[in-house]
Design a binder for this molecule. Sequence first.
Ligand code: SF4
Ligand code: SF4
Length: 387
Amino acid sequence: MEIEPLFDDEFAGAPAKRILAKLLKHKEEGRSIVGTYCGYAPLEIFRSLGLVPAVLCAFSNGTVAAGEAVLPSNLCPLIKSSLGFIETDTCPFFSISQVVIGETTCDGKKKMFELIADRRPLYVMDLPQLPDREGALQHWIGVVKEMTVFLEKTFDRSSSADAFEAAIRDANERNEMVMKIFSYAALNPPVLHWSEMLDLVFLATPLSGKELKEILTEKISVLDERVKAGVYFGGADAPRVLITGSPLAGDSAKVYRCISEEGGVIVGIDSCTGFKPFNSRIAEDTGDPLTAIAARYLNIPCSCMTPNTRRLEEISRLIEITKPDVVVDVVLHACHSYNIESSKVERHVREKHGIAFLKVVTDYAAEDVGQIRTRIGAVLEIAKGKR
Ligand code: SF4
Ligand code: SF4
């Protein structure tokens, strides 16, 4: 039976255009836009100041060449694409952003921010990378406070503890609803498609409040209807794949496509274009909301952290929930931290969980699609044989 797309009404096919339309409407109503690239940008602070976050363009092979005109070619495609969008003035989200919030995650991104510092007012958050060391949280709280002051001064407005608390409550409700929607991908068989997961991530990042909740409530009822109707994605015995690693979207979503074409189903995405922005709660009513927000973000298990034990814990948790046959770790070319960490992830997945594992190193170009398909096809066969 044909399955009606989840985002057909508002977002299907061109979510970026629809989200841009929503952001432009917010801008017309007098709200200011803050551009971000990373999961460590504390969105609740923006919202407490009445600012709207925009995820800046970073996922197209089409702008990599323009990025390479300035950057070394042996750099991660996400960074080259990001700068290429700015150099070619083709990212509409950057065009409407009044400021950019960056962060010191990996060296490439950190240095890229220096190259765009003359294009927009920019605040680079100094992220501690040993999150469990004494003083790391205190340092990060100071950074989050300083960023708040930067935004308050830039936009001539001020926040309050009540506004922070309201933004925290809103984020917790949003996260619960988004994770509920993701849970339909973990059903056996899944009733949520990987492309719908991506649409959901890009929709739920800039939007908030009543506007977002109404959309999410409606999507949950559509998914319930799918369950009742007995429709699902993939074959009834399709091998289940949990994705982990670098953020993927746009041209790098080719990996997801290869998995579907080889007969697999994606049951979870452990990355910043998947669960990571939504899978935890911020402590409410602590009396110190800014610290609560800072603590939640410092817990994000990005490979820029060392040791990044939280990532392995999170993968174990997700294996319990999504029950995959295979874990696919996707590493973008020249992303050294995810690449190096991959051997630990492989050992963890194979030895602790006894699950098949595949590492895919790729960029945004289409040349390696055939090879990726062959390798995915082989690991899915192995996984089926292990059942
Ligand atoms: S993977 Fe790390 S650096 Fe990349 S967006 Fe996520 S948190 Fe930021
Ligand atoms: S994928 Fe890796 S190298 Fe690329 S921006 Fe993210 S952390 Fe940096």
